[in-house]
Ligand binder design. Structure first.
Ligand SMILES: [Zn+2]
Length: 460
């Protein structure tokens, strides 16, 4: 049943999760938060970029070499002490201008820094493996970690058994807080049936007692608990970041607890720094990193890379991810922006060199945004990943008509049909975006030609 499991070493593929994050200095944890945590490497009150960079490099090396906390701490501590980032110091909060005494490095903070980064990287790597294996292991079981103290709502989530693609994992995929060691077990079809029949081992069962000595054996009693195959109930609450003014949607859970002998409903929400699914956030970050690299790379090589992306499960996964968030993305709220940012853009096609010059763009790469994808789902619900794969061929070989300086229309005949794609030229940034994609007819070509200016004929 166990196809994917953590804790364990950070998978090789996820080491880049730590190593390639952008450096984001922040004074308060709210200065860099939410989805930004997935893209940015930050340590609260570590304001110097070189120190942040050294700390990041040491954590990435520790992940790559499978180092323990103790071994990493022994190496980094002298560096931090020498640079004055240790103990309690007076520091000016850049937001308020007020001086306050703050805790910089300490043994305890080092443990938090190491633990949070390793657990997030491991969980991001595991998510990748879960996606790869979901044909054979299509379910996940939420499991409590080996911590002594558990947050009550993590205890309430333990035993939740849901399909890998259930959107609930966007809210509850662990880790879900500082020190949280919760994890998920990938479950096969037969494992799912067995869990429903027999339940799972209760992680909070009392310890076995050795009958000879009367002392605990260190092993838990075998006590089974039934799994929960219904998604937990939660609501999104808007959490205003007092330092940046941004609004973040945070899942909040209602728990029934005994208060003064009476059952009372208590609401508890996920810490804003830990919302989102680190696995999906990493996928979004990879898309973005890929886009940036492709802009800078040799455009022929980059074009080949984009074709590979379109043929890979990445395009399919991207469409599925947008579909899961479609109501939020269409909402147009601050939550929509955050969600779009967390999902990121997908490189979808290339326009070719001659057209790049005609447009006056610095790149040939065309991106697909989550907002456009969400719109496409309502205006052209019939299009599948196979159809989106035509976008690149249409952009690089199709007939091109300049509709106006910011909008370019492409037509391409293939397999007895005509595919139409429209791109938007972002003037303020060197970026091209797909605006729409759909099937069209000859009449539309003539009418576009009448209105606009032909820039390139369709190529063989
Ligand atoms: Zn937990």
């Amino acid at each position: 049943m166990a196809a994917a499991k953590f804790p364990g070493p950070v998978p090789r593929g996820a080491i880049d999760y730590i190593a390639h994050k952008d450096l984001r200095p922040g004074f308060h944890y709210q200065d860099v938060w939410g989805a930004e945590h997935a893209h940015g490497f930050t340590v609260a009150k570590m304001m110097k970029l070189d120190l942040l960079s050294d700390t990041q490099a040491s954590l990435a090396a520790a992940a790559a070499n499978g180092e323990t906390f103790r071994s990493w701490a022994q190496k980094i501590r002298p560096t931090l002490e020498k640079r004055g980032w240790w103990g309690v110091k007076q520091m000016v909060d850049p937001l308020t201008g007020k001086t306050q005494s703050v805790q910089l490095g300490s043994a305890r903070r080092l443990r938090t820094i190491f633990g949070s980064n390793m657990r997030a990287a491991r969980a991001a790597g595991q998510w990748q493996r879960i996606q790869r294996n979901k044909a054979t292991s299509p379910y996940l079981l939420y499991q409590l970690g080996p911590s002594i103290h558990h947050r009550p709502w993590h205890v309430a989530l333990a035993g939740t058994l849901l399909p890998v693609d259930d959107p609930t994992w966007d809210a509850i995929y662990p880790p879900k807080g500082y020190g949280c060691k919760c994890w998920v077990l990938a479950v096969t079809h037969s494992g799912h049936a067995r869990l429903q029949r027999d339940g799972y081992r209760d992680p909070l069962a009392p310890q076995q007692i050795d009958p000879k000595t009367g002392l605990p054996t260190g092993h838990l009693q075998k006590r089974m608990k039934s799994v929960n195959t219904k998604p937990p109930r939660f609501a999104y609450r808007d959490f205003v970041n007092k330092r940046t003014g941004a609004i973040q949607r945070v899942p909040a859970f209602i728990l029934r607890r005994l208060v003064d002998g009476r059952v009372t409903r208590v609401e508890t929400h996920i810490h804003p720094a830990w919302t989102g699914n680190v696995g999906k956030q990493r996928a979004a970050w990879l898309n973005r990193a890929l886009g940036d690299k492709l802009d800078a790379a040799d455009q022929q090589l980059a074009h080949a890379a984009v074709r590979t992306v379109a043929h890979s499960p990445l395009l399919d996964a991207y469409l599925a991810q947008v579909r899961a968030h479609v109501d939020i993305l269409r909402g147009g709220t601050a939550g929509a922006k955050q969600t779009a940012r967390a999902i990121g853009d997908l490189p979808i096609g290339f326009v070719g060199r001659s057209l790049q010059q005609a447009i006056g763009s610095e790149t040939q790469l065309v991106r697909l945004s989550p907002e456009t994808t969400a719109k496409q789902f309502s205006s052209h619900p019939d299009l599948s990943a196979t159809d989106y794969f035509r976008v690149d061929d249409t952009l690089s070989r199709g007939l091109v008509i300049e509709h106006d300086p910011t909008r370019w229309v492409f037509f391409r005949h293939a397999q007895g049909r005509i595919f139409k794609a429209v791109i938007k030229v972002v003037k303020t940034r060197p970026e091209l975006y797909l605006l729409s994609a759909q099937y069209a007819d000859e009449r539309e070509i003539s009418s576009e030609l009448r209105r606009g200016k032909e820039i390139r004929k369709e190529q063989k």
